[in-house]
Design a protein around this ligand. Structure first.
Ligand SMILES: [Fe+2]
Length: 298
């Protein structure tokens, strides 16, 4: 099955203003750190219904495709019938892993995004797609951000990884290495797979919040599934307008956290040297001798 246009809802924290259209959302409400209050009373019955339908569609797909940590935590989002209140989720999340969620008007600049993550504050877009955008919305909305990202913030190791990523991002900004680090976010936080004793499972938010990519990422024979390798990952281009052609597979969240713990300064240098010598790796390409994973049966 070919991917519908724009299926990819895992948009990386790109700076707005670089595209040819203004960002969606009311940035006039944002504070200097881009956070804003969730105006919960403003949601309409149609907004809550859109959330309910999206949640129900994704929930029934999770068994056998989403990782156990995600499935165990998804109920922490609260009642699936209506859009949750951010404060209520933070009351559960803060004692669990020290994270909170904060509202934002939409995509925010990279440096603001990194700063919030480094403070263990996860930015969640506070508007929801229109009913006619049920299957496709250009920018990540509240459903992608909440359903896709927040459950794993209840996992202590993944929660630490996200903070480390934010801290690394602040440093990458100074080293002009945001593009390389964005690839790490893309191929882990948004489109990561994990090898478990029961088989491959998804943990990336772009997959978990997508109607079609969840099954595709685990079961389709089409994409490449490559063992996680930081340098290889940072050399790899990615697709933003279709299902991914390459996924990177981690063994554990600890592996992910430990891979980001070192100072990336020499990593960026090495990656740039390899790219200069051998080029970037196109999405879907495989390198000789690379560890690959097959599609799961089912
Ligand atoms: Fe996302």
């Amino acid at each position: 099955m070919s991917a519908p246009r724009g299926v990819n809802q895992g948009v990386a924290p790109v700076t707005y203003g670089t595209g040819d259209r203004p960002p969606r959302g009311d940035y006039g409400r944002a504070r200097s750190d881009y956070s804003c209050d969730q105006d919960w009373a403003r949601y309409t019955a149609a907004d809550h219904e859109t959330y309910r339908r999206l949640y129900a569609r994704q929930l029934q797909q999770l068994p056998g495709l989403a990782c156990d940590e995600f499935i165990a935590a998804v109920a922490q989002l609260g009642a699936p019938e209506r859009i949750p209140r951010f404060d209520a989720i933070s009351e559960r999340l803060l004692p669990a892993t020290g994270w909170q969620i904060v509202g934002v008007p939409g995509l925010i600049p990279e440096e603001a995004f990194f700063a919030l993550l480094a403070q263990r504050r996860f930015p969640v877009t506070d508007w929801i797609r229109r009913p006619e955008e049920f299957d496709y919305v250009v920018e990540p909305d509240i459903f992608h951000d909440l359903f896709g990202h927040v459950p794993l913030l209840f996992d202590p190791m993944f929660a630490d990884y996200m903070q480390a990523y934010g801290a690394g991002g602040m440093k990458a900004s100074r080293l002009d290495a945001c593009e390389l680090l964005a690839r790490l976010y893309w191929y882990t936080v948004e489109f990561g797979l994990i090898a478990t004793p029961a088989g491959l499972r998804a943990y990336g938010a772009g997959i978990l919040s997508s109607a079609g990519e969840l099954r595709h990422s685990i079961r389709s024979p089409a994409p490449r599934r490559v063992g996680f390798d930081l340098q290889r990952l940072m050399r790899s281009r990615y697709r933003i307008d279709s299902f991914q052609a390459t996924y990177f597979v981690i063994d554990s969240f600890r592996q992910l956290f430990e891979a980001t713990a070192p100072d990336f300064t020499p990593v960026y240098r090495q990656v740039r040297e390899v790219i200069a010598a051998e080029g970037e790796v196109e999405a879907g390409a495989v390198l000789p001798g690379e560890r690959q994973f097959s599609a799961a049966a089912g």
